[in-house]
Design a protein around this ligand. Structure first.
Ligand SMILES: C[S@@+](CC[C@H](N)C(=O)[O-])C[C@H]1O[C@@H](n2cnc3c(N)ncnc32)[C@H](O)[C@@H]1O
Length: 234
């Protein structure tokens, strides 16, 4: 039997979901919460690719914040058609149906940043060939990024579950940030960690637990920089 989460990489699952829940809905975090980190690593003049965009308002938030060229892809034709229609008058936003495992419609080194909020996670929970699918996706992300471009991965996956996958796929230079799952002004002690300050990251990620404690209630933001000189020396 296939459970709902095991179907997260399947187009039929998402077509069905988006037909019934037109949204908008943002997984994990909204643009406004993540803007300080996006602005820090991703200049507004970059051409941006948002992978697995769904019906999230994230890209609209980016454009409202001054980004000029935000290309969005998703495997669900239902959501892509709906977003194309919704944003037909916003030339800064483009929506295309595409599988992130094969983005051959895009030239190599054609984006300054790739943003992923929940899409690698969806592919990883698929039953069967999730690891191979994740590797195909990460290879494509590396290919379409310019040298020194950044892959910004927003995920629930702690370093124990994401670092090795990222490091094995390509020679990324990786920084880690965290944001509380439910950011709230009412918390008396403030955030567990300042958003724009990288969390110390050693080889196996154990330094993160030392800094934040066990099982912190956060989403992880991996800033993976493509460095062609590292790839050739690896
Ligand atoms: C968890 S949702 C995240 C949606 C959006 N990024 C957000 O933050 O709200 C995952 C999205 O990835 C899309 N997706 C899953 N597998 C995909 C694939 N192989 N290629 C492109 N998109 C995919 C789904 O259709 C869905 O919209």
């Amino acid at each position: 039997m296939t459970t709902a989460s095991q179907a997260y990489g399947e187009p039929w699952y998402w077509d069905d979901r988006y037909s019934n829940e037109p949204g908008p809905f943002d997984w994990y975090q909204k643009y406004q919460s993540l803007a300080p980190i996006i602005n820090h690593y991703d200049p507004r003049n970059h051409r941006i690719l948002v992978v697995g965009c769904g019906n999230s308002a994230f890209s609209e938030g980016m454009v409202d914040d001054g980004y000029r060229d935000v290309v969005n892809v998703d495997i669900s034709s239902v959501v892509v058609e709906s977003m194309q229609n919704k944003y037909k008058d916003r030339s800064e936003l483009k929506y295309m149906k595409m599988d992130v495992r094969d983005m051959s419609a895009f030239e190599s080194e054609s984006f300054g940043a790739v943003i992923d909020k929940g899409t690698l996670d969806s592919i990883l929970v698929m039953w069967g060939e999730s690891r191979q699918n994740a590797n195909l996706m990460l290879e494509e992300v590396w290919r379409v990024l310019k040298d020194k471009g950044v892959y910004i991965l927003v995920t629930y996956g702690a370093p124990l579950y994401r670092l090795r996958l990222l490091r094995e796929s390509s020679a990324w230079t990786i920084k880690l940030h965290v944001i509380e799952k439910l950011a709230s002004d009412e918390k008396p002690d403030g955030p567990v960690w300042e958003l724009t300050k990288p969390v110390p990251l050693n080889d196996d990620g154990s330094s993160v637990e030392e800094a934040l404690g066990k099982n912190p209630d956060v989403h992880y933001i991996y800033i993976c920089t493509k460095d062609n000189s590292m790839k050739s020396s690896a």
